[in-house]
Design a binder for this molecule. Sequence first.
Ligand code: NAG
Ligand code: NAG
Ligand code: NAG
Ligand code: NAG
Ligand code: NAG
Length: 210
Amino acid sequence: MMFYLTLAALAVASTAQNDLRSKDFALQLSSTTNETLNGSLLYACHEGAATESLCPGGKPSDEEPLQLYAMFHFNTSTSSANPNDTKWDNIGGILGYDLPYNHDQIQPSAMFLYIQPTSNVALPIITPAESSSTSVFFEECGSMYIKQYYDDTTIPPYANTSEAHIKNWYICDTYYGYHYRTLAWVVGLDSHSTPQNPTCEKVDVKRVYA
Ligand SMILES: *[C@@H]1O[C@H](CO)[C@@H](O)[C@H](O)[C@H]1NC(C)=O
Ligand SMILES: *[C@@H]1O[C@H](CO)[C@@H](O)[C@H](O)[C@H]1NC(C)=O
Ligand SMILES: *[C@@H]1O[C@H](CO)[C@@H](O)[C@H](O)[C@H]1NC(C)=O
Ligand SMILES: *[C@@H]1O[C@H](CO)[C@@H](O)[C@H](O)[C@H]1NC(C)=O
Ligand SMILES: *[C@@H]1O[C@H](CO)[C@@H](O)[C@H](O)[C@H]1NC(C)=O
């Protein structure tokens, strides 16, 4: 009986809707080596029908304020904290994007990491399917990270409750539907991750509210 109750509770948790929506924000890059990338904002670039990746674009200025750039949002589930409250820096959620279509319609979409078995460079892809989205987190300063829950660098491997903040964001030449320079994610812990794609440049990604 206990066993069934536990399974039922898990099933509910895994189908929880990420429908608590944050304020809109832009995603801004920082780079310690490339002045062009440093401060650039990400926009959604077309990879196929209702499918986008994230490409570096311009920088906000007086003529072109932040609000004119691509806006994203952070959705958490109702069982967790308010996504507008930046103090909840350990609450996971989905990176959402309203894909515009037919001039005045929007298709709510979310980011997942597309992983190819033959590369350690994964691609953040935005699609309408929320079920496949990847959990992301934001530090209080706005820095976007993915949490480590599992450590397989030790013997034996185990669930690592220290929950390290991993920020393996890069800008690389990638191919999904088109050749672009896009945001990418190198699979693995920082210390074990060197991108096999030679065009990758390390960046950090921050949310900046409009
Ligand atoms: C995010 O939350 C809003 C508000 O509940 C909802 O309309 C939207 O479908 C959710 N999902 C995404 C992917 O934006
Ligand atoms: C977050 O703030 C925005 C803008 O003020 C608001 O529309 C939205 O409902 C808020 N989200 C939640 C979950 O309170
Ligand atoms: C800096 O980034 C820009 C934009 O992605 C790219 O075109 C350029 O080649 C990069 N410069 C260097 C030195 O890597
Ligand atoms: C990147 O931008 C930040 C903030 O504007 C600045 O402090 C830093 O010096 C810049 N670094 C490079 C390499 O351009
Ligand atoms: C668990 O995570 C912490 C924080 O990143 C790390 O220092 C540690 O080496 C990890 N693994 C073990 C076995 O504790």
